[in-house]
Design a protein around this ligand. Sequence first.
Ligand code: ADP
Length: 201
Amino acid sequence: MFISLDGIDGAGKSTQIDLLRQHLVAKGASVECFRDPGSTKLGEAVREILLHREDIPLSNTSEMLLYMAARAQLVSEQLRPALDAGTTVVCDRFLLANVVYQGVAGGLNIDDLWAVGFCATGGLSPDATIVLDIDPEVAVKRLQRGPDRLEKRGLEYFRLVRNGFLEQISRAGGQVMVVNADQSIEQIHRQIVEFIDLLLS
Ligand code: ADP
């Protein structure tokens, strides 16, 4: 099973992925967690450019294609082999985020992004997509580090992103769930576990 968690930064993805991993391992599953972009040598190098190398100018289209390239590598090098081996995969973001950030909020054509994404992933889509939904103002307050390239775009941009997730989640493939992420860590975890356990049963 391939599970993807998404939502704006500060929504609690890393926190919930870790708890979900522990829950699945306790149930006896073999679990691997990845992040998109990242989790391969190429993906981590691309991630560094995308989030931190402000000295490298990026057009909207080249930015989108870098995300796609990182994802193509993640699928072929990590996701496919793990899924073929029967491992449960939990991924911090996937194609949906690319469509939302660069399409809905960034202005690129949304249908084109889903199509390029299909090419990058070889048609692999999550069996379950969970979006942690939260007001960007609340999410930003949770982040203790300095803003990265994306986060510098401001609250208005993140409102577009938040709405984009709600609008596009139905196209992510598989079963989808939106969780109110402005709840306690434990409350959110319980709702995620209920959803995933039902799918696994
Ligand atoms: P993301 O991976 O979506 O950026 P994190 O899981 O890293 O989010 O969480 C960002 C910060 O918010 C962390 O300091 C984390 O401990 C805290 N946090 C996560 N979930 C909650 C929550 N439900 N309520 C309050 N704080 C949270």
